[in-house]
Design a protein around this ligand. Structure first.
Ligand code: BES
Ligand code: ZN
Length: 444
């Protein structure tokens, strides 16, 4: 483990923030480190440049008649702000209280690196893997994987596979192995509301011309009704309802009681669509969220100003069978219709991704459950995920293969937040999981 931990620390030191162009060289350096690391494990590795950040591929020697498995992960990370809330610097990993603390520790470097360590151990001990492996690591997941879909289309034959393995999701509670069989989709946009030609004195003109910040607040408020439902006309048209067996199964999943969710989020109370539990709201119901809202004076004290502009970033989490493009059309129509008089609105659609859903009872899913049980010594729970990994549905469409979501992220791992962490227990579990997973899958 010491060797693997030292290497993981090296990997975590790259500030591979994909969204920030100032980190472009860091992302590239991280890709090069990974290609070298795959090579030292005995895999043939290659860095593929893309219009954005590189894709790194590692392969063992493929033999006819064996199962073809793609292991996917992403080596890019989220930005670190607000930096002052980190207890230790985000790219200077430390081990404390049985956890590794760093940006990317869980999302996703620690999780995919566990697979690479397991693969390395198998090759060192047995000389070879029981399957034909292609490890595919991308550097753009956190910005919506813009280069990967075209890459998949271009390398369709090379990437042909029977099944895909991804550890980039959650474990519902410590020690509870979790197989994900769904992901929410996503559609993002930014709204810009403009009013007067310049910021005005709010006493001299306030009350006589519309205030863009008030308009943004009204637009944001128009997104939900009084029962926590999304009020965009037609938003629920294509939503596939929850199955009774899922509601029953999720009612018994550990880590999802009201107290659990309140504890891990630090929120004063739960909220959301009426008639659904937290698990149901998160895993099977679509939502509208405000990710950012700004405009007007933000400095110390007060400044009596009527801002010329105000903005909000919105995202919508989607479930089967919602289509992100169709949803965005409805959202734009809604925003235009609800925009109050006296201001102008411009909506800029951002990246999106399809929801994903697969059969948790397929032969591959059963093999994954057996591997989880052997590794963690308990029966796995079956969940869908609230988060999104847009490329997973693209894998299905382009490569025709389903993905096994073998989550190792714990509820308090603080992904996308300050003080992200990964337990050494789950890092080690992930390594052992890989050791049994390929054997189980090869037996399908
Ligand atoms: N690893 C997460 C997704 C995730 C986290 C799924 C926890 C399930 C449980 C991934 O890195 C991520 O953050 N995805 C983004 C996608 C978006 C930027 C297109 C997300 O969900 O916001
Ligand atoms: Zn993420």
């Amino acid at each position: 483990m010491n060797r693997w931990l030292d290497e993981l620390f090296e990997l975590l030191r790259f500030p591979s923030i994909s969204t920030d162009s100032r980190n472009k060289d860091d992302v590239q350096a991280c890709a090069e480190w990974l290609a070298a690391r795959m090579k030292s494990a005995g895999l043939e590795s290659k860095i593929h440049p893309t219009p954005g950040h590189p894709v790194v591929i590692g392969r063992n020697k493929h033999e006819a008649g064996r199962l073809n498995v793609v292991v996917y992960g992403h080596y890019d990370v989220q930005p670190v702000d607000p930096l002052e809330l980190w207890d230790t610097p985000p790219f200077d990993p430390v081990e404390k209280d049985g956890k590794i603390w760093a940006r990317g520790a869980t999302d996703n470097k620690g999780q995919f690196f566990a697979h690479l360590c397991g693969i390395t151990e198998t090759i060192e001990e047995s000389g070879k893997l029981p399957v034909n492996l292609t490890m595919l690591l991308e550097g753009e997941e956190e910005i919506g994987s813009p280069s990967l879909r075209p890459f998949l289309e271009e390398h369709r034959e090379d990437l042909a596979c029977d099944v895909i393995v991804v550890s980039d999701t959650g474990m519902v509670a410590k020690g509870v192995p979790t197989l994900g069989y769904g992901l929410r989709g996503i559609a993002c946009c930014e709204i810009a509301v403009s009013g007067p030609a310049r910021d005005l004195h709010s006493g001299v003109y306030g009350g006589a011309v519309a205030n863009p910040a008030t308009a943004v607040a009204q637009l944001v408020a128009s997104l939900h009704d009084g029962e926590g439902r999304v009020a965009v006309e037609g938003f629920y048209n294509d939503v596939v309802p929850l199955e009774d067996w899922e509601r029953e199964m999720w009612g018994a999943v550990p880590g999802m009681t009201p107290d659990d969710v309140l504890g891990v989020t630090g929120s004063p109370s739960l909220s959301g669509e009426q008639g659904y539990s937290s698990a149901e709201r998160l895993w099977a119901r679509p939502t509208a969220e405000v990710n950012g809202i700004w405009g007007g004076y933000q400095g110390e004290g007060s400044k009596t100003v009527l801002p010329a502009e105000a903005f909000a970033k919105l995202s919508f989490r989607l479930v089967p069978n919602q289509d992100p493009a169709k949803v965005m059309e409805k959202v734009i129509a809604h925003l235009e219709r609800h925009c109050p008089p006296g201001v102008k609105i411009a909506v800029d659609p951002g990246h999106d991704g399809q929801p994903y859903h697969t059969d948790p009872h397929s032969a591959f899913s059963k093999a994954a459950q057996a591997a989880l049980k052997k590794t963690f010594g308990a029966d796995p729970v079956l969940i869908r995920e609230g988060g999104s990994i847009p490329i997973i549905q693209d894998f299905k469409e382009v490569l025709g293969a389903d993905t096994l979501l073998l989550g190792l992220a714990l509820p308090d791992c603080q992904i996308h937040s300050p003080n992200e962490n990964f337990t050494i227990e789950n890092f080690e579990g992930g390594i052992r999981l890989n050791r049994v997973l390929f054997e189980e899958l090869a037996g399908c």
